[in-house]
Design a protein around this ligand. Structure first.
Ligand code: CAA
Length: 258
């Protein structure tokens, strides 16, 4: 396991683990920490031995959001010149699936980080919220956009305007998370899901992720054309031959990501 300043990373069974490691501050995300998360995710994305990325947090909470101490004295011009959220944008360019294992507080930027994951397993104690309005600001790393696209305008407005906490059951009901489990089992469940995906053909997994994400922004027609090109493209892969041959021979396929 490699310990950077604010995160830990490791790799096992084709899964790249990124663990937020600032438990005393509920994994509040300072700029350096976001930079480390994104850099680690990009390194796993390039590593052919990694097929899925699993993001979790040490301690009781996934993350209490952006580091308020770091932002308190900031100015608008400073933020614009620094291009404050550029690192966050890089996270949406990761091609491999990212599974988030969350529990406890998932607030503000922590909620935005969770919404940047492709799949979410949540502990029954999880509380999601956008408390930015109580600080005199608003979500800035995609919260107003991602939550609205996911749950619709009505609930997104209610939750972001009131900073109300969303419990795990409600999050499941609105499709924010995939599954609920006991908080102590979150990592194990996420890992089981990661193992299932890691056993599939990596190129197919990659293009499925891309195609599903396009459905959020594209018209149905554009999305269908995009899907079709990706479908055809997979017939250029060795794994398509291997997958279909293994089916005919009644054996498990051995996918190699080519
Ligand atoms: N930034 C910086 N430090 C934080 C933090 C944050 N977001 N959240 C918690 N901490 C720190 C506290 O300052 C405290 O540090 P000290 O021990 O040094 O005093 C430590 O973590 C423990 O916190 P509390 O003593 O407050 O613990 P609690 O159990 O009473 O409350 C909490 C926990 C409800 C998470 C509370 O800390 C809290 O409300 N935190 C702020 C949550 C928030 O407003 N997040 C949104 C940030 S803005 C944002 O994310 C913008 C964006 O879109 C990018």
């Amino acid at each position: 396991m490699e310990s950077l300043s604010f995160i830990e990373t490791s790799m096992e069974d084709k899964i790249g683990f990124i663990t937020l490691n600032r438990p005393k501050q509920y994994n509040a995300l300072n700029r350096q920490m976001i930079h480390e998360i994104v850099t680690a995710a990009e390194a796993f994305d390039r590593d052919p031995n990694v097929r899925v990325i699993l993001l979790s947090g040490n301690g009781q909470a996934f993350s209490a959001g952006a580091d308020i101490d770091e932002m308190a004295e900031e100015g608008a011009v400073q933020m614009e010149l620094r291009n404050q959220f550029a690192d966050w944008d890089r996270l949406s360019l990761i091609k491999k699936p990212i599974i988030g294992a969350v529990k406890g507080y998932v607030l503000g930027g922590g909620f935005e980080l969770a919404l940047s994951c492709d799949l979410l397993i949540a502990g029954s104690d999880t509380r999601f919220s956008f408390p930015e309005v109580t600080l005199g600001v608003m979500p800035g790393a995609g919260g107003t956009q991602r939550l609205t696209k996911l749950v619709g305008k009505t609930k997104a407005l209610e939750w972001i305007l009131t900073a109300e906490r969303i419990d795990a059951e409600t999050a499941l009901q609105y499709g924010i998370i995939n599954r609920i489990t006991e908080p102590e089992n979150v990592l194990m469940e996420a890992r089981e899901m990661a193992e299932k995906i890691a056993a599939q053909a990596p190129l197919a997994v990659r293009l499925i992720k891309e195609s599903v994400h396009k459905a959020v922004d594209y018209s149905l027609y554009e999305g269908m054309q995009y899907e079709r090109k990706n479908f055809y493209m997979l017939f250029a892969s060795e794994d398509q031959k291997e997958g279909m041959q293994a089916f005919a021979e009644k054996r498990k396929p051995n996918f190699r990501g080519r």
